[in-house]
Design a protein around this ligand. Structure first.
Ligand SMILES: C[S@@+](CC[C@H](N)C(=O)[O-])C[C@H]1O[C@@H](n2cnc3c(N)ncnc32)[C@H](O)[C@@H]1O
Ligand code: SF4
Length: 381
């Protein structure tokens, strides 16, 4: 039987840098030569041939940066190159992240003709003042228009919103989220604003120029998020991800289930199995150096290491506890891990954790979600 694999392709460029964002995304000082980018991506795919060849591909994800700045023709040729090595089938989920600017909307139809069947639109907010504060170059109206166009061409449409923004309160978030849900997309990623290191937002936050909602309000906003999504029949299947049944993002589920994937492009990383060991591969981060490394030696890999049992266990706890199904005790023990049963029982009796139907799974409760990180760190011995 063929084993399944996901493929991530990173496009590291944007039209402008949003002040909150610490992704590997850059505003280039000259026009990007997309033909060259394509050749580099193809070389990197070939370099990973031994992991990719003849595999059944469960998902492909074009992320960024702003991959919707790529010409549809380039996407098509990346997919054709992959198809020549591995099996992309009708049910392979192929996602592209897109920003809702007018240039990109015009290309949605062409993207859908390349085989992309899922689009994830970075709406971020439906409040025009807040969009400006977030450094976004689109309006709420344009984002809504983008969603409408996307719904014509893609089987599955997802939107990203950022909440717990400066100045936001329960009432405004409730109205904004209800408006977003009324657009009837199959999937929403709802992220609480995080102040990331080395961003402009970090500077503004440290100098007191922006203030975030306090912990009580943030928790309140999270609860509102869960309640309203539930009211609109969207199921939470990961701490920040909600979907209609059957529209969970396969690609992200594979990450959270600690599956196998190959990352192509600057800064992308991979998890692959070789001789029963899970390996971590990491590509050069800087887009220029990434290109140079591939030109000089056919690949950009800067790290290739076997994950220790402890690293596999930690990764499984962190990933699984964020998901709807939670942590499977058998799977964790097969990885050689030992759970702290006393802590777990205490967390269950205090309402932070609960057992799944089969008792084999431990899940985080709504109360637990609010302190997810500290719970995760207390589960293992
Ligand atoms: C790779 S990014 C962006 C995709 C696309 N370029 C865009 O901006 O719409 C994926 C998502 O992460 C979220 N994100 C990025 N930085 C964040 C931050 N500091 N706090 C919360 N969410 C963030 C945004 O919702 C964003 O859409
Ligand atoms: S949020 Fe998106 S558009 Fe903004 S800088 Fe980050 S990757 Fe680029």
């Amino acid at each position: 039987m063929m084993s399944e694999l996901s493929i991530y392709i990173h496009w590291p460029y944007c039209l402008s840098k949003c002040p909150y964002c610490d992704f590997n995304s850059h505003v280039p000082d000259k026009k990007i030569n997309q033909e060259e980018f394509l050749e580099l991506i193809k070389k990197e795919i070939d370099y990973h041939g031994k992991y990719i060849d003849n595999k059944k591909i469960s998902s492909i994800f074009f992320g960024g940066g702003t991959p919707s700045l790529m010409d549809p023709n380039i996407i098509e040729r990346i997919l054709a190159h992959l198809s020549s090595r591995c099996n992309i089938e009708n049910n392979t989920e192929i996602t592209m992240e897109a920003n809702p600017t007018s240039v990109e909307l015009q290309k949605f139809r062409d993207y859908s003709n390349t085989g992309i069947n899922r689009i994830s639109i970075g709406v971020q907010s439906l409040d025009n003042d807040d969009l400006k504060n977030l450094g976004r170059t689109h309006t709420a109206e344009l984002a809504i228009k983008a969603i409408g166009i996307a719904q014509k061409y893609f089987e599955s449409v997802s939107i990203d919103l950022i909440y717990a923004r400066p100045g936001q309160n329960e009432k405004s978030w409730k109205l904004e989220l209800e408006r977003a849900l009324s657009l009837q997309t199959q999937h929403l990623s709802l992220y609480q604003l995080t102040i990331e290191p080395n961003t402009l937002y970090e500077k503004l936050y440290k100098s007191g120029k922006i203030k975030l909602p306090n912990e009580t309000l943030s928790n309140e906003l999270y609860q509102i998020t869960e309640e309203i999504c539930h009211k609109f029949s969207l199921k939470k299947y990961e701490i920040s991800n909600f979907s209609k049944r059957g529209f969970e993002c396969k690609h992200n589920l594979n990450y959270w289930n600690c599956g196998e994937w190959i990352g192509i492009g600057p800064g992308a990383h991979s998890r692959v199995k070789e001789k029963n060991k899970r390996r971590s591969l990491i590509n050069e981060y800087d887009p220029y150096n990434w290109g140079q490394k591939i030109r000089n030696s056919g690949h950009s890999m800067i790290e290739n290491s076997v994950l220790t049992d402890e690293q596999n266990q930690d990764e499984y706890i962190v990933m699984s506890m964020r998901t709807r199904d939670g942590l499977n005790v058998n799977k964790y023990e097969k990885l050689g891990g030992k759970l702290n049963i006393d802590n777990i029982n205490l967390l269950i009796s205090n309402g932070y954790l609960r057992k799944g139907k089969t008792e084999e799974n431990i899940k985080i409760t709504r109360k637990g979600s609010l302190v997810c990180d500290s719970i995760i760190s207390s589960l293992a011995d």
